[in-house]
Design a protein around this ligand. Structure first.
Ligand SMILES: [Zn+2]
Length: 404
């Protein structure tokens, strides 16, 4: 009797253990699946190419974007793809001269459920990606290593096509890119590297020296959650700059790294604008006057960016346009900022490949040129918005010096 009961107990335990193993396998497999397919799953478009673009619309336009995230993923950058939002052939379709690619090293799990009170820190989807992509083990445990890995990946891509792509680290590099594009639009893609979130430094401001040496020229202190440097627009506490953030900012200004106030809480944005000694950028997002969400910036911050001589990069993703998913919504937001603080302070901040659904992919950028002209912006204004404002800011912010 007791023996029988013991045996059925054993059976029960075995079944239970098998069930646990099965659950772990299923969770593991889904993590690997999601990690390996995160690029195509998270970067979709509302309108799919090909787009109705007039090839004669401002053929000598210089287009420059302040924020895309492609290099956080290992994609086949040189091959035209049907998934994601950016690759070199599609950049070529749009004849884009310059793009800023950001490196992001921490995305908390809370971002997936978007809690109304802001995103608490905890877990890291980037680490999960590094793990499922079987990246070097150092990347699993260090954000700094993961960041350097992505930066080195960008360097490798550029080195493979030096006649077509150029890392822009100084004014001489910028000039070379501009000369090439003036001769033949879209012939050379200038690449500016930026970082989203100072947590990449893991508490060591001196690591900024290495990032700078590797070409990073723009940085936002925070990303989509509060960190040790300050509060995020999507964070819980919405605090201003911390003493550590102050130290970092000082170092950034010594090096000449452009201050990006995207993802900063209103208090942090004010603190940064109080202290900035050169023009800041709000590299990507929307505005609260058109779409009143935490991620977007207020009229007050717009005015302060104007006083500072900085730029506001309007995003191409419906989330910051209050779910409006057409080109017109981007134009309306650009119009709002131009009316409020002047056309000299508006630029593009696509957030292509930023884990968001965008209105069109990178090959559709000329749709915006067409829509701005149709909305009554002058050719000169369109030139400024589509690229010249950002190019001028870079000219004033980058160090001199000769090309690598
Ligand atoms: Zn962002």
């Amino acid at each position: 009797m007791i023996r029988g009961r013991r045996q059925s107990m054993k059976k029960l335990i075995t079944v239970f253990m098998l069930l646990i193993v099965l659950i772990i396998l299923v969770i593991g497999a889904s993590v690997v699946y999601m990690g390996r397919n995160s690029y195509e799953l998270s970067n979709t478009v509302v309108m799919t190419p090909p787009y109705a673009i007039d090839p004669d619309v401002m053929p000598d336009l210089l287009i420059a974007d302040m924020h895309a995230d492609t290099f956080n993923f290992e994609t086949d950058f040189f091959t035209r793809s049907r998934v994601g939002q950016v690759d070199l052939p599609r950049i070529g379709d749009a004849e884009i001269s310059l793009m800023t690619f950001a490196i992001a090293t921490e995305v908390p799990f809370s971002i997936m459920r978007k809690p109304p009170g802001g995103n608490p820190r905890g877990g890291n989807l980037v680490t999960l990606g590094a793990f499922s992509e079987l990246e070097p083990i150092a990347n699993w445990f260090s954000q700094y290593e993961r960041g350097l890995y992505a930066i080195n990946y960008a360097h490798d891509l550029i080195a493979q096509k030096p006649e077509r792509m150029k890392l822009v680290e100084n004014r001489a590099d910028l000039q070379q890119v501009l000369d090439s594009n003036r001769e033949k639009p879209g012939s050379m893609l200038g690449i500016v590297l930026s970082v989203e979130g100072s947590h990449i430094l893991e508490g060591d401001p001196d690591r900024l020296d290495t990032l700078y040496a590797k070409g990073v020229r723009m940085l936002s202190l925070t990303h989509a959650f509060d960190n040790e440097a300050g509060g995020s627009s999507e964070g819980v506490e919405k605090r201003g700059i911390t003493p550590y953030g102050e130290a970092l900012l000082q170092k950034m200004q010594q090096l000449g790294i452009i201050i990006d106030i995207a993802h900063a809480s209103p208090a942090l944005a004010d603190d940064l604008l109080d202290r900035a000694r050169s023009p800041v950028v709000y590299s990507h997002g929307g505005v609260r006057g058109m779409c009143d969400i935490d991620r977007n910036i207020s009229d007050h911050t717009l005015e302060r960016v104007k006083e500072n001589g900085g730029l506001v990069g309007i995003g191409f993703w419906p989330l910051v346009l209050c779910d409006q998913s057409d080109v017109g919504a981007i134009v309306d937001t650009i119009r709002y900022v131009a009316d409020k603080i002047g056309v000299d302070h508006v630029a593009l901040g696509s957030d292509f490949d930023g884990g968001v659904r965008t209105v069109f992919d990178v090959s559709g950028v000329p749709l915006l040129t067409q829509a701005l002209l149709a909305d009554g912006f002058s050719e000169m204004d369109v030139r400024k918005i589509m690229g010249e404002n950002y190019i001028n800011l870079l000219r004033g912010s980058l160090p001199g010096g000769s090309s690598r």
